[in-house]
Design a protein around this ligand. Structure first.
Ligand SMILES: [Zn+2]
Length: 501
């Protein structure tokens, strides 16, 4: 289709392969990842928000920092037992001393005992010190993660914005995953069918049944569901996890609501963010909220959306029968044999008009016509209600009915970046990045099962996972700067605001 800003989609055989290749600099051993955590300034800043151990009944010889560092090693080593064992080695306990001296001062390091805490001491501290503070720690984490992302050149506030072709570092990617519950048991006791004896089981009180991939073939998964949002440029480890949240409800809708809330909050902290990439869980109603907040919502059209008539345009002697099809306006053309086809109308511009309280989005169409093409502007992505500012009919001057009064779900039918286009083919696969977050999450779990029982302790683990991930991202970014000797954000246009600015 000529002159369409989104471009024609490529057939499957011509699409570029997206297999991820880890570069040498992105290879990370377990020992390196442990050191990334020990040297991650954010953990030291988070620890300052924790109460003193004696206030919560923990042995006073270990500062809260030690327990938080130990927690961050769990997703690296795969279990609490192995994290505690690693830290108790002379080498790593000395490394921890050195890191504490560097990040928290000589006095803090001098107060540390000669040996690492035991797993039992950690479990006690996890329950009494870390778990009660997870909500506070999550807030502080999000604040710092945004700062880290900006410092690493993501979401540059002053970069050029091309709405039809955003860059990878200008988009947030999100998805939710369900790690398996720590035990398969659903009931605390069962009867052994062979002996008739009562068997006792440990049950995860937080686990419930979720249905993943809700649209096509629902796959049941028992566990707890976690939403992650992240941003990245090129480079696997350079991704920064921006936020995470527990999804309590089992319905697909619940996940989308958590995602939309997280995205809109993040967007206020990341003015350079242009939008989000998400899977089919976002329906029109969710895209509507994101579009009003000035964000692109790049996702797939729901399979149940069918073509529908939009409006019959009359320009003098000619008529153009416009329909909604595959997320955009198409013209219905009658064929000689009495049938009809829907031909997409070229979009010359995706227009974003930011308002004081909400944004508006338009497709500028160039309707092909043998009497000369007709330019035409169509609002997209937002289903207007009577509460929205009224649109006037250009001919009669009367107030036009809102979409909800017309019974037209515009956000479901007209997408900012329609799916069957080259632009969508280019942007949507970045969502696969969230799958690699999940992949890494699964691999961080012993036996690929959640390693803690109960939501409070699992929240500690998910925070620890996000910390450990961002610790490596931070380190890799620092290493790259040392190797290339360029200042933060260089090569990305104007330098973004760094920490402390
Ligand atoms: Zn015409």
């Amino acid at each position: 289709m000529p002159d369409d800003i989104f471009g024609d989609p490529l057939p499957p055989e011509q699409r570029p392969a997206r297999k991820r290749q880890l570069t040498d600099r992105d290879q990370r051993t377990r020992l390196q990842r442990i050191e990334d955590c020990l040297d991650y300034p954010m953990i030291y800043e988070l620890a300052e928000h924790l109460p003193a151990p004696h206030q919560v009944g923990c042995p006073p010889q270990y500062p809260p920092l030690v327990y938080l560092l130990l927690a961050s090693l769990m997703p690296v080593t795969g279990s609490k037992r192995s994290a505690a064992a690693h830290l108790s080695s002379d080498l790593l306990w000395r490394r921890l001393h050195t890191a504490v001296r560097r990040h928290a001062g000589r006095l803090a390091a001098a107060r540390l005992p000669d040996t690492a805490p035991s797993r039992g001491q950690y479990l006690y501290a996890e329950h009494h010190l870390l778990a009660p503070a997870t909500d506070l720690l999550t807030d502080v984490f999000e604040h710092h993660a945004v700062r880290q992302a900006l410092a690493q050149g993501l979401f540059p506030p002053t970069a050029v914005r091309t709405w039809a072709r955003p860059q990878r570092r200008q988009l947030i990617v999100g998805d939710a995953t369900v790690p398996k519950a720590p035990s398969k048991a659903e009931h605390p006791t069962t009867l052994d069918p062979a002996t008739g004896r009562l068997l006792r089981h440990r049950v995860d009180p937080a686990a419930r049944l979720y249905y993943e991939n809700g649209e096509t073939r629902p796959r049941p998964a028992r566990g707890t569901k976690w939403f992650f949002a992240s941003g990245r440029d090129d480079g696997y480890w350079r991704r920064v996890i921006l936020t995470y949240a527990h999804v309590a409800g089992g319905a697909y809708e619940d996940e989308a609501a958590v995602a939309v809330r997280s995205f809109t909050t993040l967007a206020t902290r990341l003015p350079g963010c242009m939008g989000v990439v998400y899977d089919g869980a976002l329906r029109g109603v969710h895209r509507d909220t994101l579009a009003r907040a000035g964000l692109l919502a790049i996702n797939k059209q729901h399979g149940s959306v069918r073509p529908m008539a939009y409006e019959l345009l009359r320009f003098g002697a000619c008529r153009h029968d416009l329909w909604c099809d595959q997320g955009r306006i198409a013209e219905r053309l009658l064929l000689d044999d009495g049938t009809s086809v829907l031909r997409p109308v070229p979009v010359t511009r995706l227009e974003h008009r930011p308002g004081r309280t909400r944004s508006r989005w338009y497709h500028l169409l160039d309707i092909p016509c043998r009497r000369g093409n007709h330019p035409h502007r169509v609002p997209v992505a937002i289903t207007t209600t009577p509460a929205d500012r009224a649109v006037r009919d250009t001919v009669t001057g009367r107030r036009a009915r809102s979409d909800t009064e017309r019974g037209f779900h515009r956000a479901e039918h007209l997408q900012q970046i329609p799916e069957p286009t080259l632009a969508h083919q280019h942007l949507y696969p970045w969502r696969a990045d969230s799958e690699s977050v999940h992949n890494q999450f699964d691999q961080s779990l012993w036996n690929q099962r959640m390693i803690s029982y109960g939501l409070d302790r699992q929240k500690v683990f998910v925070l620890a996972f996000a910390l450990a991930h961002n610790a490596t991202s931070h380190r890799i970014f620092q290493n790259d700067r040392i190797h290339s000797r360029v200042p933060s954000g260089a090569g990305h246009g104007p330098a973004p605001a760094g920490p402390g600015t």
